[in-house]
Write a protein that binds this ligand. Sequence first.
Ligand SMILES: Cc1cc2nc3c(=O)[nH]c(=O)nc-3n(C[C@H](O)[C@H](O)[C@H](O)COP(=O)(O)OP(=O)(O)OC[C@H]3O[C@@H](n4cnc5c(N)ncnc54)[C@H](O)[C@@H]3O)c2cc1C
Length: 388
Amino acid sequence: MRGKKSLNGNGMDAPDVIIIGAGIAGASLGYELSLTHRVLMLEREAHPGMHATGRSAAIFSEIYGNAIVRGLSRASRSFLFDPPAGFASAPLVGPRATLFIAPRDQIPSLHAMRGDADVIAGTRPMTAVEAVACVPILRPDYVMEALFESGASDIDVNGLHQGFLSGFKARGSALVCNVNIERLKREGMFWVVQTPGVRYQAPVIVNAAGAWADEVARLAHVPSAGIQPKRRTVVLVDAPQEHDIRNWPLVIDADETFYFKPDAGRILLTPADETPTPPCDAHPDEMDMALAVERFETATTMTVRRIVHKWAGLRSFAPDRTPVVGFAPRVQGFFWLAGQGGYGMQTSSAMARCAAALIRGEDLPEDIKAQGVSTQAISPARFATART
Ligand SMILES: Cc1cc2nc3c(=O)[nH]c(=O)nc-3n(C[C@H](O)[C@H](O)[C@H](O)COP(=O)(O)OP(=O)(O)OC[C@H]3O[C@@H](n4cnc5c(N)ncnc54)[C@H](O)[C@@H]3O)c2cc1C
């Protein structure tokens, strides 16, 4: 537990925990855990947030993802909507409803959604006429039925990530960037992290390496959790000049084959692709960009004249699309915080509190358990039989 030892230029002398990866997962856990532990965070890139965290669509929706993801999102709401004093200089969320639309062939999918208790509680049905009034570029002959989720929001991803990192540092912990881990080995009581110039060690190591989580496990000779990175492509296009788009909702079709939303005066759109990809600095694929434009033009009266900006990022999933949080079975001191999929922002606060509690040897926080999240449901042990 926490002692008072000095920091040095390469981190700290004797951390209790080393976190690998300084995206939203590593940063949020670092923030929570540094209340009680001396934490050292190691990031391979020159700056944290270069991968999935810096490339997200920044949406909070309590009806997105499976039951565990939704529970983690609900349990993160109070932090995002009412963060601790001094955490951020501006609100972390802004209004952004979600409009689910169904063309004729997706009406059964929209009806299936309406059979879900969370969806019933969190949305109201809209007629096609109301949907088109809400987003006037939608084609009246395309939208047949709709659902409106008023409780969704935009997340200020940079504000959230920087808030976690600043709080983490203010609590006496340290971040080291440009770290190239060559070897990761348990030696007696410690995990030893060998880099070209420096050797770090701590009793507990946290794998928060996003798309590289399975690679980090391999380096440590820990069985894989089957984390699969999947590429998602995003393009920004010009907004229609005749409309004020600022208050438009995010529009998504019931089968999630595309979505679009206002983004800083432009329209962000994606074909909602999920292409399995090895961990990498992801780049958009021309075909996926074309698909995004085609689906957008089919659903709306817009013609896309130019793509202003484009990017792609990796959303990394465990086989059951539930995050992986907990100590690896039968391996001392190796902790997983991975598989955040497309929900890593909206679940970050609750995931970090779960991980911090488990590392401290405590039960999950009561408010998170009350949302239906259990240690077993998120534990890496659920893959142990299949993969060891
Ligand atoms: C297009 C897109 C849209 C999305 N939309 C949303 C959304 O609307 N809402 C939402 O909640 N989520 C969304 N997400 C998901 C969200 O962005 C991710 O779940 C989240 O960013 C994952 O965070 P992470 O910290 O696990 O991963 P990352 O941000 O990728 O961080 C992992 C870090 O680990 C580092 N690392 C890897 N290997 C090593 C190593 N060996 N040594 C040191 N460091 C290492 C990497 O450099 C990286 O910085 C979206 C993602 C994408 C790509």
